[in-house]
Design a protein around this ligand. Structure first.
Ligand code: MAN
Length: 567
């Protein structure tokens, strides 16, 4: 009896194996699981090898193994799938960890790419050509359904598409490389500028120190000078110069005015003479109007009279020259106004004739004397006066020079901080967004045109007209997980980790938050805004394609671009 049973078993096994078309594996088993089905008489459940079954129980349409591995070619264990609702019986029989050992029914798809179909799809009477182009998952022809093998045709179309995808991927990779190179160049520029800023700061610091010393020295020198009051400083000559300047300005203005009046009268006279001359030509002498005749005679007398000389262009040129500003005529009033030699200057000039050792000694003594007089209240301290009038030209000039050097230094230090911060900023993998900073891409969607500018902001603008609405300013780069189906044109996020750019603090939304946008990036040959969604009121999500995030082949892991599973 036992021998007959074994024979029956073997016969059944032969049918099961043969029906799979693989010869060496039961129906629905993929090559990577073949090793579990090698034994010709007994099968051990994959996840629970202690559960052993006769080979006849494989694909007998009854689920024996807790992990469903005895039914690789039927849907008998499909209820174990995490996608299927579980009953209390499942829980009791398999514990809380119900996991299928196999990924699904293996479709060989000869001529295309092999794949696994969910067990629920096996013999459900529907041809799942998208997954199983050879139709082998409908082997039982339920309800008479017979799925022909379409792998040749589907495989051919797939290869064509795949070729285009590979080409696109290659182009995207090349563009990414260019972007990385550009980003490197831009980073280097910042580093070089940092270096030169270091040198410039050193130079500026030295200059400030030197000008500080210079100011102290000028102030000391000025303090030592004999001071005269503001009125005295001007002197008689200065007063005369001031009056002469004022008088010249008045004369110039009057001359200009008279000239304008002359020009205007001249042109009115010309117009009038023209009118009368036409009148004389055109009047009718046969018309006996005494008044008209008298007027014509008077005009003839006037025309015959000597009018004096014609306007002379040379005179006008002279007038032009005379009315030029005094400086252009070689007269610099300021020179005469400030020409005022102080008593100390005379003293200094006198010192020049002394030997240098004596000159220094005398100079010091004079200064000390002056300071003693100031300290004892005998002389006014003009040097310490903070009023503009009390400060000498030399001091204010020294202060201006120092202020400007200090401003330069401050500017350089600020720039140094900014450049250092720039190097610390996150510009994404390989620093790549450095190369795209400020570049914008836009698309129309619904009533708006949306724009995304890398590391800057997102905006919307009504197509009917009107201004831009800020949808958020760039704040940081983040990583997000997405799980989207990839559309046939490849313009979508797909599934996996993606780089996202957060934009916050946009224009306030009426009765809502400030606008904000998350821009999620995926690999594409060209920069393009694919989709915009307003997930909540004034909270937007943009899907954007860019070569910047395409995975660099052979450079996986950290630092490489985050790509999609497919382009
Ligand atoms: C505008 C747009 C919309 C937004 C509303 C909120 O119309 O910014 O996206 O939803 O304002 O009032």
């Amino acid at each position: 009896m036992r021998g007959v049973a074994t024979l029956l078993c073997l016969e059944y096994a032969a049918t099961v194996y043969a029906a799979s078309g693989e010869g060496s594996r039961p129906r629905g088993v993929g090559p990577e699981f073949a090793k579990f089905y090698k034994d010709a008489s007994t099968f051990s459940c994959i996840s629970s090898p202690s559960v052993k079954l006769p080979i006849s129980r494989i694909n007998d349409d009854y689920c024996d193994c807790p992990d469903g591995s005895d039914e690789p070619g039927t849907s008998a264990c499909s209820h174990l799938s995490p996608l299927s609702p579980h009953t209390p019986v499942d829980q009791a029989s398999a514990g809380s960890n119900i996991t299928l050992a196999l990924p699904g029914f293996y479709c060989k798809n000869k001529g295309h790419v092999p794949t696994y179909v969910p067990f629920t799809n096996v013999n459900d009477g529907i041809c799942d050509y998208e997954l199983c182009c050879d139709g082998s998952e409908e082997w039982d022809h339920v309800g008479g359904v017979k799925c022909e093998d379409r792998c040749q045709q589907i495989g051919k179309e797939f290869r064509k598409l795949d070729e285009a995808r590979q080409k696109s991927l290659g182009n995207a990779g090349r563009k990414r490389k260019e972007l990385v190179a550009e980003a490197g160049r831009l980073r280097k520029e910042v580093e070089d500028r940092l270096q030169s800023l270091g040198t410039e700061i050193e130079g500026s610091e030295m200059k400030v120190r030197q000008l500080e010393g210079e100011l102290t020295e000028v102030e000391r020198r000025e303090k030592g000078k004999v001071v005269r009051g503001a009125v005295q400083k001007v002197g008689k000559m200065g007063v005369l110069v001031g009056l002469a300047k004022q008088r010249t300005d008045e004369l110039r203005e009057t001359l200009e005015r008279v000239r304008q009046e002359r020009d205007s009268s001249r042109s009115r006279l010309q117009e009038l003479e023209g009118v009368l001359s036409t009148f004389k030509e055109e009047y009718n002498p046969n018309f006996n109007d005494e008044g008209v005749k008298r007027a014509v005679r008077a005009w003839e007398d006037y025309a015959a009279r000597d009018k004096g000389s014609e306007p002379d262009a040379a005179h006008d040129r002279d007038l032009d020259a005379i009315t030029q500003p005094d400086k252009d005529n070689g007269l610099d009033w300021a020179e005469y106004e400030s020409e005022d030699e102080s008593e100390t200057d005379v003293l200094y000039a006198f010192e020049n004739y002394l030997p240098s050792s004596l000159r220094g000694w005398l100079d010091q003594k004079l200064r000390d004397l002056r300071l003693t007089l100031i300290d004892s209240g005998i002389l006014a301290d003009s040097g310490s006066s903070s009023s503009a009038a009390g400060e000498s030209k030399a001091v204010s000039e020294a202060k201006t020079r120092l202020d400007s050097a200090r401003k330069d230094l401050e500017g350089h230090r600020k720039s140094l901080t900014e450049h250092n911060e720039d190097l610390e900023k996150d510009f994404g993998p390989d620093d790549i967004f450095r190369a795209l900073k400020g570049q914008c891409i836009s698309t129309d969607s619904g009533e708006y045109t949306y724009e995304f500018c890398f590391l800057d902001k997102t905006t919307q603008k009504p197509k009917k007209g009107g201004g831009h609405t800020n949808m958020g300013n760039f704040v940081r780069i983040e990583r997000v997980y997405v799980d989207d189906d990839l559309p046939p044109d490849g313009k979508g996020l797909g599934s996996g980790e993606r780089i996202a750019m957060k934009h916050e603090g946009g224009q306030h939304c009426w009765n809502g938050p400030n606008r904000s946008t998350t821009v999620i990036l995926a690999c594409a040959e060209e920069g393009e805004v694919w989709r915009i969604m307003e997930e909540e009121k004034c909270v937007y999500r943009m899907e954007v394609g860019t070569p910047a995030v395409c995975e660099v082949l052979g450079l996986g892991g950290k630092g490489a671009g985050v790509g999609r599973d497919e382009l």
